[in-house]
Ligand binder design. Structure first.
Ligand SMILES: N[C@@H](CCC(=O)N[C@@H](CS)C(=O)NCC(=O)O)C(=O)O
Length: 197
């Protein structure tokens, strides 16, 4: 979802190949053996980390994204890394506690502490840095949304109201709708190329 949003925001079109993670095509594993999505296959290289795909797309065109001041850039980098590492770690264990043999309540609590920390450091209007959506918004909101989906009643009853409101802004945006479109699964026999966005 993060990579799709970066492509949309940078007005970069590409052929999109939707895959089933439980049935990864050889074509996918041949270009990136680690077997995770997203993967961007360029003529001269393969980029298989979403944050790197976002960075690549922004090199092409970042006009629709908030231009960060130096201080915002530092805050943004810090929070993106925090959510990609610590928050994601606890989120996975909160969402899939049986798969990880994890304690749901403990990991839910750790997610809550990180969301409270975020709540203290932002003042969205309507996006984190103001009128324009930023790389921080698109990098962390998909994870925060997964945290909500794990237990909506719990999430919506928490005190981090600015985050709840920001997530609502995200989930009702045109960008979200475009990025969440469903596509048919690709196979080597697929006749038509699917161009996105
Ligand atoms: N740090 C990676 C994580 C990618 C990742 O874990 N993607 C998940 C889907 S959202 C995946 O491909 N999992 C592999 C699987 O379930 O087999 C990134 O953001 O690109």
């Amino acid at each position: 979802m993060r990579a799709r949003m970066a492509l949309i925001l940078s007005s970069t079109r590409c052929e999109l190949r939707e895959v089933l993670l439980k049935n990864k095509p050889d074509e996918m594993l041949r270009i990136s053996a680690k077997g995770t999505v997203p993967i961007l296959h360029l003529p001269d290289k393969v980029i298989d980390e979403s944050l790197d795909i976002i960075a690549w797309a922004m090199e092409i065109n970042s006009k629709k994204v908030h231009p960060c001041s130096e201080a915002e850039q530092i805050q943004s980098n810090y929070l993106i890394q925090l959510f990609d590492s610590k928050f994601k770690h606890h989120l996975d264990r909160y969402k899939y506690s049986s798969r990880f043999g994890a304690d749901t309540a403990k990991h839910q609590h750790e997610c809550k502490l990180l969301l409270e920390k975020l709540e203290e450091s932002i003042d969205p209007n309507p996006w984190i840095f103001g009128k324009m959506i930023s790389l921080l918004d698109i990098s962390i909101l998909p994870f925060i949304r997964q945290c909500k989906i794990a237990n909506p009643a719990w999430f919506l009853s928490q005190d981090f109201k600015k985050i709840i409101h920001l997530l609502e802004q995200f989930e009702t945006s045109e960008l979200f709708e475009l990025a969440m479109q469903k596509f048919e699964t690709w196979s080597p026999n697929s006749k038509n190329k699917l161009i996105f966005p």
